[in-house]
Design a protein. Structure first.
Length: 148
């Protein structure tokens, strides 16, 4: 005599839940892998009268006409510097990488793509924020922007 009884099958919402869970558990690691890869392969380009910051999540194409070109300069971000990031408002703050939106010590809003705090390019815009970017040859970027 068999004393085994099957349960009533779960509703379709249970299967839907597990389907969504599997989708999230596969999508989220792919997203973070892409963000990590893109963060390590950030670039700055000048194309079609635009400064293009090509980075994960915070990339943008800024028309050069919206840059206060005469105020661009090379800065060092030391402890206590007015350009030191004070608050991360939306971004990554990892050892050796600051990427995203920050408030600076001087209260200014800035989009940072920093991997090094020495000899970084400060690019103020007409849009109430600045870009602060670590590039390998800051003088070359500044000269290219000023010649546009």
């Amino acid at each position: 005599m068999n004393n085994s009884y099957d349960l009533i099958p779960p509703s379709s919402s249970t299967l839907l839940f597990f389907g969504i869970l599997v989708l999230l558990l596969t999508t989220i690691p792919v997203f973070f892998a892409w963000a990590a890869f893109k963060s390590l392969n950030t670039s700055v380009k000048l194309e079609n009268n635009h400064l293009i910051l090509d980075t994960a999540l915070y990339g943008r194409a800024l028309p050069i006409s919206e840059i206060r070109v005469q105020e661009i300069k090379i800065i060092e971000i030391n402890k206590g510097s007015s350009f030191e990031p004070k608050w991360r408002t939306n971004g990554f703050g990892l050892p050796g990488l600051q990427l995203g939106w920050f408030r600076l010590q001087n209260g200014e809003k800035a989009l940072l793509a920093l991997t090094n705090r020495k000899r970084v390019v400060y690019i103020p815009t007409k849009n109430e924020y600045s870009l602060i970017i670590s590039v390998q040859s800051p003088e070359h970027l500044i000269a290219s922007l000023k010649s546009q």
